[in-house]
Design a protein around this ligand. Sequence first.
Ligand SMILES: Cc1ncc(COP(=O)(O)O)c(C=O)c1O
Length: 416
Amino acid sequence: MSRMQSDDRRGRVSRDLGGQTRGAASGGSGGETRDGGHQAGSRARWPFPEPAPAVHGGVDEGELRSQGIDPAAIVDFSSNQSPLGAAPSARAAAAGAVLDAYPDRNAEGLVAALAERHGVTAVQVVAGNGSTELIRLIAQIALLPDDVALSLAPSFGEYEVGTRLARARFEEVRLEPAHDASTSSGRRFVYDHQRFAAAVARLRPRLCWICSPNNPTGAVLPPDDLERSLRDFPDTLFVLDEAYCDLLSDAQWTPATLDLGNLLVLRSMTKLWGLAGLRLGYAIANVAVADALRRAKPPWNVNACAQAAGLAVLCEDDRHADAVDLLRRGRDELAAAIAALGFPVSGSAAGFFLIEVGDSAAARRVLLAHGCLIRDCTSFGLPHHVRVSPRHPEQNRRLIEGFAALAGSMRDGGTS
Ligand SMILES: Cc1ncc(COP(=O)(O)O)c(C=O)c1O
């Protein structure tokens, strides 16, 4: 990590800013201007990187209203959150937060509680305005222009955005579907360590983004393979995104794994802890890596309401366990019912799972007409898959009815 503060970095960044528009060349939107010339002039002066924004699930009220759909009438199966929502204690804590003074700049109270929970020291934990903020910061501090960042794929789109904003190269190792007798449809996306290790050996990435369980496939990285990678590639920083680890029975790392020095773990409190609207996530790493992240983050990046609510939900382990239980049962029941309707479903270690539907955009439209918002996975490079995350049991029944209608419309030739 010594290169994080090196003069070499500063020299290369300023050369890059003074020279050609490499960000535009490597960014998603290429060299086209959106406003016919004005932007081209801006780019000549300021070579802003132009990564294409990542596509996300969740309710887009504008989109729904433009289709004459009342957002309040829709059940959202497209974002992966707790069916139980935010705990009342979190709402009360947020409501009681001090609004007219700056919050603790490093969220120290919350960080201490998180450190105790994970068996690490407080200096190893950094709180963020959602884990998305930390993804951007990690790319910013760890990557030099033209470095390679490697990601398992398909995966969370913010890894690519963060990488491209740092003007680094984004590379992928795709997860492949494989036979799995333990799932109702016998399919599962799997992590192939040999292929992954070969890609790391060939590309020598400065950074590896690993989401486990992975969004959207639900594939997990076996802990032994993670440790092997950490030892075999000590010059690569491995970012293990555990946004969806709640349903795993075993831990993917221990405090001793962090001592290897090249692992950074990301956690989100916006999913099963129910704080999406407040934005809260955190990173855990060894002291040197955590220090670098802490120095790079803006002060006061976690607001007072999020700090208070974060502390409150950490006393809600029973509610969290209930949410995990609801999600696990909902996933298994939904997967069995949807598979019985003839749609192949993929096994998943998370609450959400993938379903093969033919044309995923058309399937999303049919389901929306039944009041169910699902995630079209075209943006993940999976145009035949959709992803769903369970809600309450009665809402899940509505989703099964929606898939029954979809099966009917496919039989009638309405969608394929
Ligand atoms: C894999 C993964 N990591 C991180 C995030 C971002 O979480 P947060 O809300 O904490 O920024 C998401 C959100 O969808 C995600 O899917």
